[in-house]
Design a protein around this ligand. Sequence first.
Ligand code: PEP
Ligand code: MG
Length: 570
Amino acid sequence: MSKLSGIAASAGIAVARAFILEHPDYTITKTSVNDVEAEVEKLNKALEQSRAELQNIKARTLAELGEKKAEIFESHLLILDDPELITPVIDKIRSEAVNADFALNETASQFVAMFENMKSAYLQERAADMRDVTKRVLNHLLGITYISPAEISEEVIVVAQDLTPSDTAQLNRTYVKGFTTNIGGRTSHSAIMARSLEIPAVVGTKNVLSLVKAGDLLIVDGLSGDVLINPSEEEVAEYTRKQEAHNLQIAEWKKLRDEPTVSKDGKHVELAANIGTPNDVTGVLDNGGEGVGLYRTEFLYMGRDKLPSEEVQYNAYRTVLESMKGKPVVVRTLDIGGDKELPYLEMPKEMNPFLGYRAIRLCLDRQDIFRTQLRALLRASAHGELRIMFPMIATLTEFRAARELLLEEKAKLREEGKEVSDNIQLGIMVEIPSTAVLADQFAKEVDFFSIGTNDLIQYTMAADRMNEQVSYLYQPYNPAILRLVKIVIDAAHAEGKWTGMCGEMAGDSTAIPLLLGLGLDEFSMSATSILPARSQIAKLSAAEMKEMAAKALQMSTAEEVAALVHSSTK
Ligand code: PEP
Ligand code: MG
């Protein structure tokens, strides 16, 4: 047995065999072929192999997960046999004398584009099916052996160099019991998503991928950050007991689901959740979320090969607003860049992507992209309590420019006779130090602030949030960070506005007493952190925490602050 330590990224313990996830290369080049019939034959063979594979998966899914889930594969089989797709591919091979993979890819892309532009959400989803089927056939044509994360069908722990946010979104909770990666930190987006999927995860182990072979037995302890490779029977028993104790604790927290969040001395705060997709709303409600404090819309732009249309976006935003049944939903406009890439935008490679062309900077430049999103949001506002916020605001000029575009689109929609709510609060993320320092000026023009500590800490401490080598500098309790947080909260309150926090710090049990003391109004976190936070706040006195926070602001190191919190809240 060997044991390594990484960063505990998502709570819980998993015991299962290792599944190594590596990404295939789907670069397709157009080549001319002499024997077109041999190429058609190649295509037919790949279709046949894909059919057999799908029939197998369908039968297994039907037996294990039921009819509803198996229907997906039935629709994939229908696509595979659809002459409207296959005939043009064969025609292309014959008329242009090109390779089968190229002909298939070109033809399927046209269908994907067509489906994506359809009005109905049902037909839009067919685009994803078409993409999946195409990849499956391409695997056979290109000789790639690849099981996508979505297809894993036995209990495993996924081991990877890193997981992209879209890999993580595809993980099937029924089978993927946990994951562990070489790189990443607690605030990398795959870690954040693991928490919303409630999959135990340990990231940033540096070398798990080189130490583990497919099929090795693993224990991933997302509570302590340990990974055990080929543990003994006693160790498996010990960790199973630890997991059971954790489950009991969760059951205890669940009792607070429908309770308000109130401190021991009667101060109310709001606990909201961070989500990445409309599917996450179930987890928010199950965990007693009082709203959505951050909807990261960029996931809607990922895992596809072109920008989502206004209709696709409108449907997603509307679904979230309706499912939250009148509770507030803060939607963040597109925050792409940093660790979130969109291959189809072909953005230039940058030396410092986290300091580069991203988020609002890109949106103000690519107004076509931004205006489409704003229109979709404004239309969705008629269906719930929508709040909009802009990410990565560094100057008031940026905020004003973004607000201007929003107002223009609102006026246009009204002229078109579309319904738009009159009560949309408009706020910004405070995640750049310049904005925190100048919060008094911003507070005159925004309706609210949401402090994005994941980025605010990395920019204040000059420590990349993705880099485990400098993770010691990632210090939420550093008095420098606390002072910035205080500046923002006080500036908002002076103008009668509210301040939330949607960075991971808002759900951190050592930070919560400090934030309560500093007067934070809304805490937005992974859904699974909400009930532990509610339970913790109920035991704290806001007045005492205010005194404690005042002391913390005068301290000189993060360690001193952490020690103060632990001794004051024992
Ligand atoms: C943040 O920076 O704190 C934040 C919530 O945004 P993201 O993690 O998506 O950068
Ligand atoms: Mg951020």
